[in-house]
Ligand binder design. Structure first.
Ligand SMILES: Nc1nc2c(ncn2[C@@H]2O[C@H](COP(=O)(O)OP(=O)(O)OP(=O)(O)O)[C@@H](O)[C@H]2O)c(=O)[nH]1
Ligand SMILES: [Mg+2]
Length: 300
């Protein structure tokens, strides 16, 4: 499938060339065998069959993503979807952020055509799930654009979008425009569009790269440069979008406060002060849970 997707634009241009050739020959024996189909008709039929195959693969992918969404409901992990053009470095970046060696970045079109989810740690030890997505492609046949968008549908359910750009690519500016226009057509919720993190990848290929745009991060996924800053930015946006807070709470160890926090929030760190019988607890807690905590333990 990977090959066939990448092949389509190629086949198209080949088809065009052959049509031009045939025209030059000026008619004549254009019919093949007894089928009554011209060469071009045969080729167009083959192309169509190929597109059908890709379409069904995209559909399968879409169903899988659906499954992923329903499975996730049971878990509390925030999701960051990583998107961008094919070959821009999405898989490499996720691999670098999560230390997952099972991921295979490849220098070819559509290296990633499956749902891939990997867990990564943020600076405060919060866990985030990075979702790898199918790469954008400029010459995607018109008929496939909808199916392509459909496989991306699920990014609407993430907590954060990370847009990766290959800034060493000659078409990088057009690519960004295309990505934004596809997202716009998909009616991605405003909160996701405005919190989207734009990452300029492959800065190792450019001498002294300076981000020309504000609110963007320059990184090299390959050389693992700029990842600390990126993790911080991801955490800040996730905390923002999920309505969770990272707090240092002082608890009295003679009360059930600490066990309450273990149950209702995510305890990151506990510093016990034995002399005072207290502890400072770093927690990630939703606004609602913190409200309950205050109600239960700090009285009226
Ligand atoms: N020089 C350089 N190359 C990179 C960097 N990041 C990724 N690459 C290379 O770019 C190629 C594509 O990387 P992938 O991570 O597979 O790209 P992708 O965005 O996942 O591509 P698709 O899965 O096809 O959508 C690989 O050869 C990577 O090694 C980088 O920061 N610098
Ligand atoms: Mg990939």
């Amino acid at each position: 499938l990977q090959i066939s997707l990448a092949e389509i634009p190629l086949l198209r241009s080949r088809l065009k060339n052959e049509m031009a050739n045939l025209d030059q020959q000026g008619g004549g024996s254009r019919y093949i065998g007894g089928s009554g189909e011209t060469l071009i008709e045969v080729q167009q039929r083959l192309l169509k069959e190929r597109e059908m195959k890709i379409r069904s693969a995209l559909e399968k992918l879409r169903r899988k993503r659906h499954l992923l969404r329903s499975q996730r409901k049971h878990k509390e992990f925030p999701i960051a979807s990583v998107l961008g053009y094919t070959n821009c470095g999405k898989t490499t970046l996720i691999k670098a952020l999560t230390g997952d060696n099972g991921l295979q970045p490849r220098n070819q079109l559509f290296a990633t055509l499956d749902v891939i989810v990997h867990a990564g740690q943020l600076p405060s030890h919060m866990t985030v799930l990075y979702v790898d997505t199918i790469g954008f492609l400029s010459q995607l046949p018109h008929q496939l654009i909808d199916s392509f968008s459909a496989t991306l549908e699920d990014i609407k359910h993430s907590d954060l979008l990370v847009h990766v750009r290959d800034i060493s690519h000659p078409e990088t500016v057009n690519q960004k425009v295309n990505v934004l226009s596809v997202l716009k057509n998909m009616k991605i919720p405003d909160r996701l569009m405005s919190s989207m993190i734009e990452v300029h990848n492959k800065i190792d290929l450019i001498d002294n790269y300076q981000c020309p745009e504000p609110n963007t991060l320059a990184i090299s996924a390959l050389e693992e440069r700029g990842l600390g800053e990126l993790r911080k930015a991801v955490e800040a946006e996730i905390v923002n979008s999920t309505g969770k807070h990272i707090l240092d709470l002082t608890v009295d160890l003679s009360t059930p406060q600490l066990s309450w926090l273990y149950k209702e929030a995510t305890v990151q760190d506990v510093q016990v002060n034995a002399d005072e019988g207290s502890a400072v607890v770093k927690v990630i807690i939703s606004a609602a849970a913190y409200g309950r905590y205050k109600k239960v333990f700090t009285g009226p």
